[in-house]
Design a protein around this ligand. Structure first.
Ligand code: SF4
Length: 344
């Protein structure tokens, strides 16, 4: 059983690195102004100079990450990995940000990058051109899904990034492009100020309260997430529910049943866009890196083993957990709205 952790503290940002190519960009200037005077501004040629060196202490940096303002180049919109999606045939992701304000112990970002600093790619116009170019490869009547919360939380950084403010009006004009905002954030002020659009799903990641308290450090409580869901649904936004990853516990059934009762009691079926669930799974090498960072983490003391070059619960336990959830969720939503993510 997980114990409540005392790490739920906000971090204070002190340093901004500014990439040469975008130092005059109005969005970069606005962000710097909005951060106030108590920061040190450091210029760099390319964000990789700060972000990529391997000798960095991720765990220490995570306590007080710097912000790196940069320009994303290369491929800005990419196909999602196999097994990721919510029922659509055409699925892409784009990352305007690398790393996250929160610190979930199961998050692959901990083992992905050598740095815990936040990179914010502020050339939103280029992302939007790439989304248009991707749409142009498909028929107008096809639904194309774009996932924005793959390398970060889509809403958590909104007061600084203005990501939603900039991308919602863009998606509003492209009805066949579905935007998923994947989040744990209760930062919904911006969404509530905008008119809801049919082609945006605000997808909340949910874990039972006791487990969330133990492993989702710095993330809003489940009560706050449920409150945010309720407000967004009442305002007309389509809600996604993501039980992903499923985390085991000796009280697994009790905890997940309570969570389902809690969230479905405040949500009308008509507000639900989709419900998905997914297993806990780490690529082997990534898992080793994360365990090295957090060797005393109770999550990694659970019964995990190697399967298909991934670390996960045993196939039997994974199936039991998944079937328990599927069985229960079917009491609340139509099965056509229910999806399983099976990342490999
Ligand atoms: S909220 Fe998502 S992206 Fe952020 S640390 Fe948790 S799992 Fe990772």
């Amino acid at each position: 059983v997980f114990k409540k952790n005392s790490q739920n503290q906000r971090t204070i940002l002190q340093t901004i690195y500014l990439e040469k190519d975008i130092e005059k960009h109005s969005r970069a200037q606005d962000i710097i102004k909005s951060m106030g005077k108590n920061l040190s501004l450091i210029h760099c040629n390319h964000y990789g100079e700060v972000f990529n060196p391997k000798s960095q202490n991720f765990r220490l940096q995570k306590q007080n990450p710097a912000l790196i303002l940069a320009k994303k180049t290369g491929r800005l919109v990419l196909p999602v990995p196999t097994g990721f999606g919510i029922g659509g045939a055409h699925n892409y992701y784009f990352s305007h940000m690398l790393n996250c304000l929160y610190d979930c112990r199961y998050c692959f970002l901990q083992g992905m990058y050598p740095s815990a600093n936040y990179v914010l790619f502020i050339n939103y116009e280029d992302f939007q051109s790439s989304i248009d170019a991707t749409l142009a490869q498909h028929q107008h009547d096809e639904k194309i899904y774009f996932f924005s919360g793959y390398d970060c939380d889509s809403l958590a950084y909104e007061p600084i990034s203005h990501f939603v403010q900039e991308f919602l009006p863009f998606f509003a004009k492209r009805a066949n492009a579905i935007l998923e905002l994947r989040t744990k954030s209760s930062n919904i002020r911006q969404l509530l100020q905008l008119n809801p659009i049919e082609n945006c799903v605000v997808a909340y990641s949910l874990t039972p309260d006791a487990i969330a308290k133990a492993v989702e450090h710095k993330a809003p409580s489940i009560a706050k997430r449920v409150q945010a869901i309720q407000k967004l649904a009442a305002a007309g936004w389509k809600i996604g529910l993501r039980f992903d990853p499923l985390i085991d516990d000796e009280n697994f059934e009790k905890y997940y049943q309570e969570l389902l009762d809690n969230v479905f009691s405040i949500l009308s079926p008509s507000a639900i866009h989709s419900v998905s669930l997914g297993p806990l799974r780490f690529p082997e090498k990534m898992y080793k890196r994360i365990v090295k960072l957090y060797p005393n983490e109770p999550l990694f003391a659970q019964s995990l083993s190697t399967r298909d070059k991934h670390i996960s619960y045993s196939a039997d336990r994974e199936l039991q957990m998944k079937n328990f959830l599927l069985d229960k969720i079917k009491n609340y939503v139509d099965t056509t709205l229910l999806f399983q993510c099976n990342p490999l």
